[in-house]
Structure formats: C-alpha cells, structure tokens
Design a protein around this ligand. Structure first.
Ligand code: C2E
Ligand code: MG
Ligand code: MG
Ligand code: MG
Length: 276
C-alpha cells in the first residue's frame, strides 16, 4: 500500500491521517462485536403524501457505540461492507423491520404504513438473499406488501441480469422496490425500464437547491417526468423547507421525506407522533 502510494507515502505521517487510520481500525474491530452486544438500533423517518399524511417510514441504522456514542451509518456501513459484517447487520435490519411491521399491523393508526429498509450490495448479492427475505416474512408474519427494499443504481448495475432475476422473485412474494439516491449513479434508461421497480427516490443533493439552481430544478423535473412515464411512484428525499416541497408538488412529485416532516427517530417517538 505504501509502495503503491509512491511519493504520496508522506501522507502516512500526517498525524491527522494517522488518527483516522487508527480510528478506522478501532471502529472496524468494535463492529465485529456490536451486533451480539445489541449496540445497533433502528431509527424511523416518516414519508408523507401530498396532504401531509404518513404513508411510510424508512428504517435507518444507528450504532450506539459504548464509548464513541452515536456512529453515523455513513461511517460504519462502508466498513461493514468491507469486512462482511453487513450481511449480519442486514439480516438484523430485515428481522427487526419485519417485527416492527407486525407490531404496527395491530393498530389502525400504523396499520397502513410501509416500511422501507436499505439493502446493501453485498447483502443483495448473497445467493440466498431471496430465501432470507422469504423466511423472515414467514417467520414474523409481516405483510410483504408493506415491506419496501431500497436498492441503489450502482448495485443494480453490478449484475443487471442477476438483479432482475432476484427482484422478480421478490416481487412474486409481494415485496416493493424503491431506487434510492436516484440520479447520483449511472442511470441508464434501457435497464431502468426492465427492473420491476415501484418507486424512485430523488436524491437529496438535487432537492437542496431546487428553488435556486436551475440545473437541479431541471434534473428533478426530468426525473419526475421519467418516473411517471415509466409508471413509477416518485418520492423526494431531504425535503427541509416548504419552498422545496411546494416546488416539488408543482412539478408532480407527491411524496416527501425530510426534516420538514420529521427526523429519523426511535420507534417510541415516532409512535408518539402517530398514535392518537
Ligand atoms: P439514505 O438511504 O439515502 O438515507 C437518507 C439519509 O438522509 C439518512 O441519513 C437521513 O437521516 C438523511 N436525511 C433525511 N432527511 C434529511 C433532510 O431533510 N436533510 C438532510 N440533510 N438529511 C436528511 P443517515 O441516517 O445518516 O444514513 C445515511 C446512509 O447510510 C443512508 O442513506 C443509507 O445509504 C445508509 N444506511 C443507513 N442505514 C442503513 C442500513 O440499515 N443498511 C444499509 N445497507 N445502509 C444503511
Ligand atoms: Mg435509503
Ligand atoms: Mg437516499
Ligand atoms: Mg444516500
């Protein structure tokens, strides 16, 4: 590694860099025991329709580290992808989400909520991924139509044929699919129309300056039109202001997720805001 870096080898002596390498190694080590120590928690963020009514939630993983406190998934998910822990974390997310759906099925205020989970590339590539989802649905009794799997463009592109096959098998079980972070990957219309998708999520990077940046506005408008032409639902991520929401609605996007409607929060807090 140092050799490959060539004359950039000096960066290994940068104290800041050294710390981050050490931190990374320490976090990686801790990650291996985090699951068995029950240090992960799912937070839930609301998704609302055009009338502001809750239509679903996205489950977002949180790692409550015993000494570091809350570690961001942006930090630990890539590490878990690398060392393979993501497979076990992914299974835990799937199981926890299915159990949550069953609990929500009991109550009229939560019964109709969909629950979306993020699926990592490595998890999806597991040969028995379809069987794992099926087994978890059966074991818990969760309604498959309420479970939504979020995929990303890059993981789909890794192997389009295998992806289509697995998605088709999961669709047959009744599960929904949503394309996360749409617009940030190498979208190709030719494969997009072949995927059995239900929804596209407009990435928050396009939403942020939607009202002031003409390029972002044009991209968002194009994504919405394309989704509609393909018969897909569309939801915008990272909606923080009413100006952004109104702009999106005006252009035909009728579902929203973002701080304007609620932050990701523990299930107790989410329920407190939903239950009468
Ligand atoms: P994502 O799936 O695109 O999730 C949306 C991210 O945007 C979340 O960050 C959420 O907290 C944040 N967000 C939501 N509304 C707003 C807003 O209005 N403004 C801003 N600035 N941000 C907003 P989070 O929770 O830090 O998760 C980051 C990423 O980590 C996720 O992006 C997802 O790719 C990944 N991730 C999280 N949990 C899991 C998991 O259980 N499994 C896998 N494979 N990946 C996960
Ligand atoms: Mg997501
Ligand atoms: Mg996203
Ligand atoms: Mg993202």
């Amino acid at each position: 590694q140092a050799k490959e870096a060539g004359r950039n080898v000096i960066r290994f002596f940068d104290p800041k860099m050294q710390t981050s390498i050490e931190t990374r190694a320490a976090i990686e080590k801790d990650l291996r025991i985090a699951l068995e120590q029950h240090q992960f928690k799912l937070y839930y963020q609301l998704q609302v329709d055009v009338a502001g009514r809750p239509q679903g939630v996205e489950a977002l993983s949180r790692w409550v580290h015993p000494t570091r406190g809350m570690v961001s998934p942006l930090q630990f998910i890539p590490l878990a992808e690398e060392n393979g822990m993501i497979i076990f974390i992914g299974l835990w997310v799937l199981e926890t989400a299915c159990r949550q759906l069953v609990a929500w099925q009991e109550n009229p205020a939560t019964r109709n909520l969909r629950l979306a989970i993020n699926v990592s590339a490595r998890q999806f590539r597991q040969p028995d991924f379809v069987a794992q989802v099926q087994a978890e649905l059966l074991r818990t009794g969760a309604d498959p139509a309420k479970l939504e799997l979020e995929l990303t463009e890059s993981m789909v592109l890794e192997n389009v044929e295998e992806t289509i096959r697995k998605m088709t098998e999961l669709k047959a079980l009744g599960v929904r699919f949503s394309m996360d972070d749409f617009g940030t990957g190498y979208s190709s219309l030719s494969y997009l129309k072949r995927l059995p998708l239900d929804q596209i999520k407009i990435d928050q990077s396009f939403v942020r300056d939607i009202a002031t940046d003409q390029n972002d506005a044009a991209i968002v408008q194009t994504i919405i039109a394309m989704a509609h032409n393909l018969g897909l639902e569309v939801i915008a991520e990272g909606v923080e202001t009413e100006v952004q929401r109104a702009f999106l609605e005006q252009r035909g996007c009728r579902a929203y997720q973002g701080y304007l409607f609620g932050r990701p929060q523990p299930v107790e807090e989410l329920e407190r805001s939903l239950l009468p």
